[in-house]
Design a protein around this ligand. Structure first.
Ligand code: MUC
Ligand code: MG
Length: 371
Protein backbone atom coordinates (compact mmCIF):
# COMPACT_ATOMS: atom_id res chain seq x y z
CA UNK A 1 0.00 0.00 0.00
CA UNK A 2 1.34 3.41 -0.92
CA UNK A 3 0.07 6.84 -1.94
CA UNK A 4 1.34 9.14 -4.67
CA UNK A 5 0.75 12.82 -3.95
CA UNK A 6 -0.73 14.61 -6.95
CA UNK A 7 -1.41 18.12 -5.63
CA UNK A 8 -1.35 20.16 -2.43
CA UNK A 9 -3.54 23.25 -1.97
CA UNK A 10 -3.35 25.65 0.94
CA UNK A 11 -5.73 28.30 2.38
CA UNK A 12 -5.56 30.77 5.26
CA UNK A 13 -8.90 30.69 7.06
CA UNK A 14 -9.68 33.47 9.57
CA UNK A 15 -12.33 32.70 12.19
CA UNK A 16 -13.25 35.07 15.05
CA UNK A 17 -13.07 33.80 18.64
CA UNK A 18 -16.17 33.77 20.89
CA UNK A 19 -14.44 36.30 23.23
CA UNK A 20 -10.98 37.82 23.54
CA UNK A 21 -8.51 35.12 24.66
CA UNK A 22 -5.75 36.76 26.72
CA UNK A 23 -2.35 35.08 27.02
CA UNK A 24 0.86 36.52 28.47
CA UNK A 25 2.16 37.46 24.99
CA UNK A 26 -1.00 38.27 22.98
CA UNK A 27 -4.76 38.67 23.11
CA UNK A 28 -6.55 36.77 20.37
CA UNK A 29 -9.77 37.98 18.74
CA UNK A 30 -9.40 35.72 15.74
CA UNK A 31 -7.70 32.43 14.92
CA UNK A 32 -6.09 31.70 11.56
CA UNK A 33 -6.24 28.09 10.39
CA UNK A 34 -3.76 27.12 7.67
CA UNK A 35 -5.74 24.44 5.83
CA UNK A 36 -4.14 21.89 3.50
CA UNK A 37 -5.84 19.68 0.90
CA UNK A 38 -3.70 16.80 -0.39
CA UNK A 39 -4.97 15.00 -3.46
CA UNK A 40 -3.50 11.58 -4.24
CA UNK A 41 -3.26 9.77 -7.58
CA UNK A 42 -5.09 6.79 -6.02
CA UNK A 43 -8.24 8.95 -5.77
CA UNK A 44 -8.24 9.84 -2.08
CA UNK A 45 -8.05 13.35 -0.62
CA UNK A 46 -6.53 14.14 2.78
CA UNK A 47 -7.00 17.29 4.85
CA UNK A 48 -4.65 18.85 7.40
CA UNK A 49 -4.41 22.01 9.47
CA UNK A 50 -1.78 24.08 11.24
CA UNK A 51 -2.43 26.91 13.69
CA UNK A 52 -0.29 29.12 15.83
CA UNK A 53 -1.26 31.79 18.36
CA UNK A 54 -1.08 35.56 17.92
CA UNK A 55 0.88 35.80 14.65
CA UNK A 56 4.57 35.48 15.50
CA UNK A 57 4.17 36.26 19.21
CA UNK A 58 3.92 32.61 20.36
CA UNK A 59 6.10 30.58 18.01
CA UNK A 60 8.60 30.93 15.20
CA UNK A 61 6.10 30.22 12.38
CA UNK A 62 3.29 32.58 11.35
CA UNK A 63 0.19 31.43 9.42
CA UNK A 64 1.53 33.26 6.33
CA UNK A 65 4.96 31.66 6.83
CA UNK A 66 3.42 28.18 7.18
CA UNK A 67 1.55 28.67 3.91
CA UNK A 68 4.66 29.98 2.19
CA UNK A 69 6.81 27.05 3.42
CA UNK A 70 4.22 24.62 2.08
CA UNK A 71 3.61 26.32 -1.27
CA UNK A 72 7.20 27.31 -2.03
CA UNK A 73 9.18 24.39 -0.66
CA UNK A 74 7.26 21.40 0.68
CA UNK A 75 4.53 20.96 -1.96
CA UNK A 76 7.00 21.02 -4.92
CA UNK A 77 9.14 18.50 -3.02
CA UNK A 78 6.29 16.06 -2.28
CA UNK A 79 4.09 16.28 -5.39
CA UNK A 80 4.70 13.37 -7.76
CA UNK A 81 6.36 11.31 -5.00
CA UNK A 82 5.09 7.97 -3.68
CA UNK A 83 5.13 7.19 0.06
CA UNK A 84 4.46 3.89 1.80
CA UNK A 85 3.67 5.74 5.03
CA UNK A 86 4.56 8.64 7.29
CA UNK A 87 8.16 7.47 7.87
CA UNK A 88 9.24 8.08 4.26
CA UNK A 89 7.14 11.28 4.07
CA UNK A 90 8.87 12.72 7.18
CA UNK A 91 12.28 11.58 5.97
CA UNK A 92 11.85 13.45 2.68
CA UNK A 93 10.53 16.62 4.34
CA UNK A 94 13.29 16.65 6.98
CA UNK A 95 16.05 16.03 4.43
CA UNK A 96 15.24 19.25 2.55
CA UNK A 97 13.46 21.54 5.02
CA UNK A 98 14.83 22.45 8.46
CA UNK A 99 12.38 23.22 11.29
CA UNK A 100 8.96 24.42 10.06
CA UNK A 101 7.26 21.80 12.21
CA UNK A 102 3.86 23.53 11.99
CA UNK A 103 3.88 23.26 8.18
CA UNK A 104 5.11 19.65 8.37
CA UNK A 105 2.38 18.82 10.89
CA UNK A 106 -0.37 19.97 8.49
CA UNK A 107 1.13 17.82 5.72
CA UNK A 108 1.66 14.75 7.94
CA UNK A 109 -1.96 15.11 9.09
CA UNK A 110 -3.26 15.35 5.51
CA UNK A 111 -1.23 12.28 4.51
CA UNK A 112 -2.58 10.27 7.49
CA UNK A 113 -6.14 11.33 6.59
CA UNK A 114 -5.65 10.18 2.99
CA UNK A 115 -4.00 6.90 4.04
CA UNK A 116 -6.77 6.15 6.54
CA UNK A 117 -9.39 6.76 3.84
CA UNK A 118 -7.51 4.55 1.38
CA UNK A 119 -7.28 1.71 3.94
CA UNK A 120 -10.78 2.43 5.34
CA UNK A 121 -9.49 2.76 8.93
CA UNK A 122 -9.42 5.68 11.38
CA UNK A 123 -6.12 7.53 11.79
CA UNK A 124 -5.91 6.20 15.38
CA UNK A 125 -5.61 2.67 13.95
CA UNK A 126 -2.60 3.79 11.88
CA UNK A 127 -1.05 5.23 15.06
CA UNK A 128 -1.33 2.08 17.19
CA UNK A 129 -5.05 1.92 17.94
CA UNK A 130 -7.28 3.96 20.26
CA UNK A 131 -7.27 2.99 23.94
CA UNK A 132 -10.41 5.07 24.46
CA UNK A 133 -13.14 6.73 22.37
CA UNK A 134 -13.66 9.65 24.80
CA UNK A 135 -10.90 11.89 26.12
CA UNK A 136 -11.01 14.38 29.01
CA UNK A 137 -10.95 18.06 27.96
CA UNK A 138 -10.42 21.09 30.18
CA UNK A 139 -11.34 24.69 29.33
CA UNK A 140 -9.13 27.78 29.51
CA UNK A 141 -10.52 30.81 31.35
CA UNK A 142 -8.70 33.76 29.76
CA UNK A 143 -11.07 36.68 29.29
CA UNK A 144 -8.61 38.96 31.07
CA UNK A 145 -11.13 39.72 33.85
CA UNK A 146 -11.33 37.73 37.13
CA UNK A 147 -15.10 38.06 37.63
CA UNK A 148 -15.89 37.21 34.01
CA UNK A 149 -13.66 34.13 34.30
CA UNK A 150 -15.45 33.05 37.50
CA UNK A 151 -18.87 33.46 35.83
CA UNK A 152 -17.69 31.55 32.76
CA UNK A 153 -16.23 28.73 34.89
CA UNK A 154 -19.38 28.42 37.00
CA UNK A 155 -21.59 28.36 33.91
CA UNK A 156 -19.50 25.60 32.27
CA UNK A 157 -19.52 23.57 35.51
CA UNK A 158 -23.32 23.94 35.76
CA UNK A 159 -23.72 22.90 32.11
CA UNK A 160 -21.45 19.90 32.81
CA UNK A 161 -19.28 20.69 29.79
CA UNK A 162 -15.98 20.95 31.73
CA UNK A 163 -14.80 20.14 35.26
CA UNK A 164 -11.16 21.25 34.97
CA UNK A 165 -9.81 24.71 34.10
CA UNK A 166 -6.57 26.31 32.98
CA UNK A 167 -5.90 30.00 33.60
CA UNK A 168 -3.61 32.17 31.53
CA UNK A 169 -1.38 34.35 33.69
CA UNK A 170 1.92 36.17 33.27
CA UNK A 171 0.72 39.36 31.53
CA UNK A 172 0.21 41.20 34.82
CA UNK A 173 2.25 41.95 37.92
CA UNK A 174 3.14 38.76 39.83
CA UNK A 175 0.99 39.32 42.93
CA UNK A 176 -2.06 40.51 41.03
CA UNK A 177 -1.80 37.44 38.75
CA UNK A 178 -1.60 35.19 41.83
CA UNK A 179 -4.63 36.96 43.38
CA UNK A 180 -6.51 36.42 40.11
CA UNK A 181 -5.68 32.68 40.04
CA UNK A 182 -6.47 32.08 43.72
CA UNK A 183 -9.76 34.02 43.54
CA UNK A 184 -10.89 31.76 40.67
CA UNK A 185 -9.72 28.64 42.51
CA UNK A 186 -11.62 29.69 45.66
CA UNK A 187 -14.79 30.53 43.70
CA UNK A 188 -14.86 27.26 41.75
CA UNK A 189 -14.27 25.14 44.84
CA UNK A 190 -12.12 22.31 46.13
CA UNK A 191 -13.45 19.62 43.82
CA UNK A 192 -12.45 21.52 40.66
CA UNK A 193 -8.93 21.19 39.29
CA UNK A 194 -7.41 24.59 38.41
CA UNK A 195 -4.07 24.91 36.61
CA UNK A 196 -2.16 27.98 35.38
CA UNK A 197 -0.11 28.61 32.24
CA UNK A 198 2.48 31.40 32.54
CA UNK A 199 3.67 31.05 28.91
CA UNK A 200 7.33 31.82 29.86
CA UNK A 201 6.53 35.22 31.40
CA UNK A 202 8.41 34.88 34.73
CA UNK A 203 12.11 34.88 35.51
CA UNK A 204 13.41 32.24 37.92
CA UNK A 205 13.14 34.31 41.17
CA UNK A 206 9.55 35.31 40.27
CA UNK A 207 8.73 31.68 39.52
CA UNK A 208 10.06 30.60 42.94
CA UNK A 209 7.84 33.20 44.65
CA UNK A 210 4.86 32.52 42.42
CA UNK A 211 4.97 28.76 42.67
CA UNK A 212 5.16 28.85 46.49
CA UNK A 213 1.95 30.93 46.58
CA UNK A 214 0.19 28.86 43.94
CA UNK A 215 1.13 25.63 45.73
CA UNK A 216 -0.28 26.96 49.00
CA UNK A 217 -3.45 28.16 47.25
CA UNK A 218 -4.30 24.70 45.89
CA UNK A 219 -3.41 25.15 42.20
CA UNK A 220 -2.77 21.70 40.66
CA UNK A 221 -0.23 22.35 37.88
CA UNK A 222 1.97 25.21 36.62
CA UNK A 223 2.71 25.30 32.90
CA UNK A 224 5.91 26.78 31.46
CA UNK A 225 6.59 29.39 34.18
CA UNK A 226 9.97 30.50 32.77
CA UNK A 227 11.47 30.99 29.28
CA UNK A 228 11.85 27.97 27.07
CA UNK A 229 15.64 28.24 26.94
CA UNK A 230 15.99 27.95 30.75
CA UNK A 231 15.91 24.18 31.02
CA UNK A 232 18.16 24.19 34.09
CA UNK A 233 15.71 26.50 35.84
CA UNK A 234 12.74 24.34 34.84
CA UNK A 235 14.45 21.21 36.17
CA UNK A 236 15.32 23.00 39.44
CA UNK A 237 11.71 24.21 39.90
CA UNK A 238 10.37 20.73 39.19
CA UNK A 239 12.59 19.32 41.94
CA UNK A 240 11.93 22.11 44.45
CA UNK A 241 8.11 22.08 44.61
CA UNK A 242 5.51 19.39 45.10
CA UNK A 243 3.30 21.47 42.77
CA UNK A 244 4.04 19.77 39.43
CA UNK A 245 5.34 21.56 36.35
CA UNK A 246 4.04 21.06 32.83
CA UNK A 247 6.73 21.78 30.24
CA UNK A 248 5.17 23.27 27.09
CA UNK A 249 7.29 25.65 24.97
CA UNK A 250 10.46 23.97 26.35
CA UNK A 251 9.56 20.59 24.91
CA UNK A 252 8.74 20.34 21.22
CA UNK A 253 10.49 17.25 19.88
CA UNK A 254 11.67 13.91 21.22
CA UNK A 255 15.18 15.40 21.57
CA UNK A 256 13.90 18.13 23.91
CA UNK A 257 12.01 15.51 25.90
CA UNK A 258 15.08 13.34 26.23
CA UNK A 259 17.26 16.30 27.30
CA UNK A 260 14.87 17.52 30.00
CA UNK A 261 14.23 14.04 31.43
CA UNK A 262 17.92 13.23 31.36
CA UNK A 263 18.62 16.43 33.29
CA UNK A 264 16.31 15.32 36.11
CA UNK A 265 13.00 17.00 35.16
CA UNK A 266 10.01 15.64 37.02
CA UNK A 267 6.51 16.61 35.98
CA UNK A 268 4.73 16.39 32.64
CA UNK A 269 5.10 17.24 28.95
CA UNK A 270 2.47 19.04 26.88
CA UNK A 271 2.36 17.19 23.56
CA UNK A 272 1.36 19.25 20.52
CA UNK A 273 1.34 18.00 16.95
CA UNK A 274 2.47 21.42 15.67
CA UNK A 275 5.54 21.59 17.92
CA UNK A 276 6.69 18.09 16.94
CA UNK A 277 5.93 18.13 13.20
CA UNK A 278 2.78 15.99 13.15
CA UNK A 279 0.84 13.34 15.09
CA UNK A 280 3.43 10.59 14.53
CA UNK A 281 6.31 12.88 15.55
CA UNK A 282 4.42 13.94 18.72
CA UNK A 283 4.00 10.27 19.63
CA UNK A 284 7.79 9.84 19.47
CA UNK A 285 8.10 12.49 22.21
CA UNK A 286 5.35 10.73 24.17
CA UNK A 287 7.26 7.47 24.06
CA UNK A 288 10.47 9.14 25.27
CA UNK A 289 8.46 10.60 28.16
CA UNK A 290 7.00 7.19 28.96
CA UNK A 291 10.50 5.67 29.01
CA UNK A 292 11.61 8.38 31.47
CA UNK A 293 8.53 8.25 33.72
CA UNK A 294 7.44 11.78 32.73
CA UNK A 295 3.64 12.24 32.68
CA UNK A 296 1.70 13.25 29.54
CA UNK A 297 -0.81 15.96 28.63
CA UNK A 298 -2.60 16.49 25.31
CA UNK A 299 -1.88 20.09 24.32
CA UNK A 300 -3.44 22.43 21.75
CA UNK A 301 -2.26 25.35 19.63
CA UNK A 302 -5.96 26.33 19.62
CA UNK A 303 -6.60 24.41 16.44
CA UNK A 304 -9.95 24.19 14.69
CA UNK A 305 -11.66 20.82 14.29
CA UNK A 306 -9.20 19.33 11.77
CA UNK A 307 -6.09 19.91 13.89
CA UNK A 308 -7.93 19.03 17.08
CA UNK A 309 -9.13 15.70 15.67
CA UNK A 310 -5.66 14.89 14.30
CA UNK A 311 -4.31 15.39 17.83
CA UNK A 312 -7.12 13.37 19.40
CA UNK A 313 -6.34 10.36 17.20
CA UNK A 314 -2.75 10.45 18.50
CA UNK A 315 -3.69 11.14 22.14
CA UNK A 316 -6.25 8.29 22.08
CA UNK A 317 -3.36 5.81 21.82
CA UNK A 318 -1.80 7.08 25.08
CA UNK A 319 -2.54 7.14 28.78
CA UNK A 320 -2.71 10.90 29.47
CA UNK A 321 -2.10 11.38 33.20
CA UNK A 322 -3.11 15.07 33.00
CA UNK A 323 -5.87 14.74 30.39
CA UNK A 324 -6.12 17.10 27.43
CA UNK A 325 -7.03 20.66 26.45
CA UNK A 326 -8.44 19.87 23.00
CA UNK A 327 -11.17 22.53 23.20
CA UNK A 328 -9.96 24.70 20.28
CA UNK A 329 -13.15 24.45 18.17
CA UNK A 330 -15.22 25.70 21.15
CA UNK A 331 -13.23 28.94 21.23
CA UNK A 332 -14.10 29.68 17.59
CA UNK A 333 -17.38 31.24 16.45
CA UNK A 334 -17.56 28.85 13.51
CA UNK A 335 -15.53 26.18 11.69
CA UNK A 336 -15.17 24.69 8.22
CA UNK A 337 -16.49 21.21 9.02
CA UNK A 338 -19.88 19.58 8.46
CA UNK A 339 -19.63 17.30 11.53
CA UNK A 340 -18.52 19.25 14.63
CA UNK A 341 -16.97 17.45 17.59
CA UNK A 342 -19.21 16.45 20.51
CA UNK A 343 -18.14 17.81 23.93
CA UNK A 344 -19.98 16.74 27.10
CA UNK A 345 -19.30 15.68 30.71
CA UNK A 346 -15.76 17.07 30.55
CA UNK A 347 -14.96 14.86 27.56
CA UNK A 348 -14.78 14.89 23.76
CA UNK A 349 -15.70 11.96 21.51
CA UNK A 350 -13.18 10.72 18.93
CA UNK A 351 -14.72 10.65 15.41
CA UNK A 352 -15.14 7.13 14.02
CA UNK A 353 -15.02 7.37 10.22
CA UNK A 354 -12.07 6.47 7.97
CA UNK A 355 -9.08 8.83 8.09
CA UNK A 356 -9.62 11.69 10.50
CA UNK A 357 -13.40 11.16 10.32
CA UNK A 358 -13.91 14.87 9.56
CA UNK A 359 -16.08 16.10 6.70
CA UNK A 360 -15.11 19.50 5.28
CA UNK A 361 -17.82 22.05 4.51
CA UNK A 362 -16.30 23.51 1.33
CA UNK A 363 -18.78 26.42 1.22
CA UNK A 364 -17.62 27.52 4.65
CA UNK A 365 -14.00 27.00 3.65
CA UNK A 366 -14.51 29.35 0.68
CA UNK A 367 -16.45 31.84 2.83
CA UNK A 368 -13.78 32.17 5.54
CA UNK A 369 -10.70 31.75 3.29
CA UNK A 370 -8.55 34.88 3.06
CA UNK A 371 -8.95 36.45 -0.38
C1 MUC B 1 -0.57 27.18 25.45
O1 MUC B 1 0.50 27.69 25.64
O2 MUC B 1 -0.80 26.23 26.15
C2 MUC B 1 -3.42 26.18 24.99
C3 MUC B 1 -4.59 26.47 25.61
C4 MUC B 1 -4.77 27.84 25.55
O3 MUC B 1 -5.69 28.51 26.00
O4 MUC B 1 -3.72 28.40 24.92
C5 MUC B 1 -2.91 27.38 24.39
C6 MUC B 1 -1.48 27.72 24.39
MG1 MG C 1 1.08 26.37 27.28
Amino acid sequence: MSLTIESITCWLVDIPTIRPHKLSMATMGCQTLTIVRMECVQGVVGWGEATTIGGLSYGAESPEGIRSAIETYLAPLLCGQTFSGVASLAQMMNASVKGNTFAKSALETAFLDALGKQLNVPVSTLLGGALTQRLPVLWTLASGDTNKDIDEGKRLLAEGRHNTFKLKIGAGELHSDIRHALAIKAALGDGVSVRVDVNQAWDLPSAIKGMALLQEGGIDLVEQPIPLWDTRGLIALSQRFTLPILADEAVATLHDGYGLANGGFTGAYALKIAKAGGPVQALKLAHVAQAAGVALYGGTMLEGTLGTVASLHAWSTLKMQWGTEMFGPLLLKDDIVANPLVFSDGQVTLPQGPGLGVEIDEDKLRYYARK
